[in-house]
Design a protein around this ligand. Structure first.
Ligand SMILES: [Zn+2]
Length: 120
């Protein structure tokens, strides 16, 4: 067990938040959960989680991560993305050393699992 706070900024501990998702021990219930886990995967350099949770229709053959130092995540807006929805949108700002990334991401749910589709 890691008593660390989750890097995604949820206020939960890593083991009760993105940790089990990164370890493929559980699945994201909402698009926002998946988005948060993908941010945390960037923090920990977990390219496998990014690839696994990327829509097969839009993902690259391989996910390459650089050495960006991520500093925090703020989710600005969520549209749909509940367990009853087939799609969802998460608008967020991720801060890193030297700048920030603002993105509006689209997610899709297939076979009971959420996947990142693309930036919109
Ligand atoms: Zn988290």
């Amino acid at each position: 067990m890691h008593p660390d706070p989750c890097p995604c900024g949820s206020g939960h501990l890593l083991d009760a938040c993105c940790g089990p998702l990164l370890a493929a021990e559980s699945q994201a219930v909402t698009a926002e959960e998946l988005m948060r886990s993908r941010y945390t995967a960037h923090v920990y350099g977990n390219a496998e989680h990014l690839w696994r949770t990327w829509d097969g229709r839009t993902r690259p053959a391989e996910v390459h991560l650089d050495d960006t130092r991520w500093l925090g995540l703020e989710v600005r807006e969520v549209v749909d993305g509940s367990p009853q929805d087939a799609t969802g949108i998460v608008d967020f700002v991720a801060r890193y050393e030297g700048g920030q990334l603002a993105e509006r991401s689209e997610f899709t749910r297939r076979g009971g699992r959420w996947f990142y589709t693309k930036e919109i």
